[in-house]
Write a new protein. Structure first.
Length: 144
């Protein structure tokens, strides 16, 4: 199975995006803005928020399950020339890249999950947007 986070990072790095950096993190707890060394903003941080398995669809024998995966993208930006931070253009560009996109036939296209403001401090703000996909796991793919 392909790595949905790695596929997402690659997609966000394509072309000439409005953000300067895209990185993968393991968990939201790793995002300590004071110590992250992020000097090039706007920046994006991508991580797997979680997965939720559905019930077995075969009913007997080897398991076949659909899983819903949520991928979080944190937008970090700073104030420039004393102007207020406006995250909306970055959020719209992010949606344009990911909403309805799938990096692999193994995953359903992303649909929108929830979003929320994470921090505002010292001329810096961060926002979390979630994107949701679904894929199937077959116990037979793992051997006997």
């Amino acid at each position: 199975m392909e790595d949905v986070v790695a596929l997402t990072v690659a997609r966000l790095k394509e072309g000439n995006p409005p953000w300067k950096d895209v990185s993968e993190i393991d968990a939201l707890s790793q995002l300590d803005l004071k110590k992250s060394g992020t000097t090039r903003t706007p920046a994006l941080y991508v991580f797997l928020v979680g997965e939720t398995p559905g019930p077995d669809v075969r009913g007997s024998g080897a398991y076949l399950q659909s899983l819903t995966a949520t991928v979080g993208v944190v937008i970090v930006d700073t104030s420039r020339n004393g102007k207020p931070i406006d995250l909306q253009p970055l959020r719209q560009a992010l949606r344009k890249r990911l909403f309805g996109w799938s990096g692999s036939d193994a995953f359903e296209p992303y649909w929108l999950g929830g979003g929320r403001l994470l921090t505002i401090e010292s001329g810096r703000a961060s926002w979390l947007d979630n994107f949701v996909t679904e894929y199937t796991e077959d116990q037979n793919a793992y051997g006997p």
